[in-house]
Design a protein around this ligand. Sequence first.
Ligand code: KG4
Ligand code: ZN
Length: 348
Amino acid sequence: MADKSATSDELLCEGRLSGPIVLSVETSCDETAVAALDGRRLLSSCISSQTLIHQEFGGVVPEVASRNHLSKIEPLVNQALDKANLQVKQIGCVAATRGPGLLTSLLVGYSFGKGLAIGLGKPFIGVNHIEAHLLSPFFGTEFGPERSIGLVVSGGHTLLVLVDGVGQYKVLGGTVDDAAGEAFDKVAKLLGLPYPGGPQIDALAPRGNPHRYDLPRPMVGSRDFNFSFSGIKTAVRYLLPKLEGDYVADVAASFQEAVVDILVRKTMAAAAELRVDLITASGGVSCNSRLRQRMGEAAERSGKRLLLAEPALTTDNAAMIGYVAVQRSREITGSDLALDADPNLALA
Ligand code: KG4
Ligand code: ZN
């Protein structure tokens, strides 16, 4: 289990306090994460990754994940407070991921967060994990969330959302089968690469020829904003037994190119059709170097602004949970203590 501090220097700021301290907790899947924020500034962000533990199973085992969250959550809260030079009594508000995610994982951080808020007599904010990914590109900007087309691409979700400000979201489309990250992980597994496969494919692809294998681009021409990735994975499955020699990098590059092609084309189509000038991308897959490059090129060609989530904020982290809580705390009068964790929480 690797403990790491997941912040970029630009976001991490240890200056004077300028607002109530928000302590945020994220345990929706297999990363235990805690962050401390002061207004818009990030004071600390700590992540305890379970990747190595789940690697031997080729995916996340819910029971194992929740037990690890249980043992990690309290030390991580202390670590986040220490790094931010804070005492527990300075916390002004507690936030935790309410959903969606694995229920047994969510319950650990959500219950811990509630308990801490009750003990301190402070407000509690339950945060939607997808909303946190969606707004993460705005973290650290001078302006807040504004009208934009948001592409959220992670292991569990692939969504295109029209954002009109905090809490103003219209889902334009989503995946009809696998999420983009799930497709990366499954194809990596077919290629004999370790879990999670996205970063592995990203690292291998530059050594391969992205045009060597002509893989399908399902639904790329459909008139809606939905996605489908399972057909690409199936095409790879049927292709592999026919190949000989050193083909892994070429398959990785060709697969990545197909997925990136679909994501970029659909996102640009949404921005053009709805006449939106700002495009954002977030979630674990938005860390992908080819996706970042192609999105940059496409935005420049069409004269759109592009905001990509900071790499440290792409995969699951608590800083993005705290950021949503800060955005919402301005309008919050009560507390979310009466709300339960919800593994299927929709982006309202
Ligand atoms: O956002 P995230 O940490 O968790 C979810 O909310 O699902 O996303 C994890 C997903 C995994 O499927 C992982 O393979 C993928 O993001 N991922 C990547 C890259 N880094 C992480 N996929 C492609 N390229 C990457 N560099
Ligand atoms: Zn996530």
